[in-house]
Unconditional design. Structure first.
Length: 299
């Protein structure tokens, strides 16, 4: 099972100490539970994705994901994948950016992200167009292209099939706290018959109500009843979030095992938010891997 850790680029004004803190957290997790990849998001100022939740802290410019990826690869030897919003660059500029990212920063894995506003006309290509363009025009060795999967979105299986045909190698999901949307998606993917090769499921341990309110602001799907349970007792939020992640993962891998489907391969993308201790992330990574192995052995 592939284990990926998300590392958010620090705000630029925080300086070199903040960069070192991110690298040190990745190093601690990797030393205790070896990572297959580090996933680095590209953070932009954006509007709320939901009427629920709130963002208390204003946006601040951050370190470039490819610069952080280069540092982690050179210092820790862990391959990095970087997220990149493709709709803001015209096709030729996007290709130049990709070539530069490979030749100067050593990054060969890209997770392509679309625009945040459905009613906005952007200057650059759509995600499928960008995937096809990169696949056809780039000569980056072992290039891997990822796209985003939103399991709760209507017709997501058909969208993923089209993106796979356009050149996507794998998908990373939106943060998950319940299994039902994803298990339904697996069934729809099997019905359509165009199955992605690999899907990395994003799980986000949290520490506080504030963290959850921010996730809701980002558009993460958390039903009201689950939100009420997670936040019922302030001190219980961290443990309850871990319990819910384990239940969600167990239901998903059991569903796939019972259906007898070898594809898509499922991995995890751990995306802790807030001051989550590395030991918490390590423990969760070990637990999810052990659950996955047990499910395979039960076949």
């Amino acid at each position: 099972m592939k284990t990926v850790l998300e590392a958010v680029p620090p705000e630029r004004h925080r300086g070199e100490a903040a960069v070192e803190a991110v690298v040190e957290k990745v190093a601690q997790v990797h030393a205790a539970r070896p990572l297959d990849r580090v996933n680095i998001p590209e953070i932009h100022e954006e509007p709320a994705r939901s009427q629920k939740g709130e963002r208390r802290k204003p946006f601040e410019p951050r370190m470039a994901p490819r610069a952080l990826g280069q540092l982690i690869q050179e210092r820790l030897g862990i391959p990095c994948m970087i997220n990149h919003v493709v709709v803001h660059q015209r096709s030729a500029d996007l290709l130049d950016w990709c070539r530069e990212t490979w030749s100067e920063y050593g990054i060969r894995e890209f997770v392509l992200v679309g625009g945040g506003l459905a009613d906005t006309v952007y200057p650059g290509p759509t995600v499928p167009e960008a995937s096809r363009l990169m696949r056809d025009a780039l000569t980056i060795p072992e290039l891997r292209i990822g796209n985003i999967c939103i399991p709760s979105r209507e017709d997501e299986a058909a969208r993923m099939a089209a993106k796979t045909a356009a050149g996507a190698d794998f998908f990373t999901t939106q943060i998950l706290y319940e299994p039902d949307h994803f298990t339904h998606l697996l069934d729809e993917m099997a019905r359509i018959g165009e199955t992605a090769d690999e899907v990395l499921l994003a799980f986000c341990p949290v520490r506080s109500l504030r963290n959850i309110r921010f996730l809701l602001w980002l558009g993460v799907s958390i039903p009201d009843a689950l939100e009420a349970w997670l936040t019922e007792v302030d001190d219980a939020v961290p443990q309850r979030s871990l319990e819910q992640i384990r239940r969600t993962w167990a239901d998903i891998i059991d569903h796939q095992r019972e259906a007898g489907r070898p594809r898509p391969r499922l991995g995890v993308n751990l995306a802790p938010i807030g001051a989550v201790a590395p030991q918490t992330t390590i423990g969760l990574a070990r637990d999810l891997a052990a659950m996955h192995d047990q499910s395979l052995n039960a076949v």
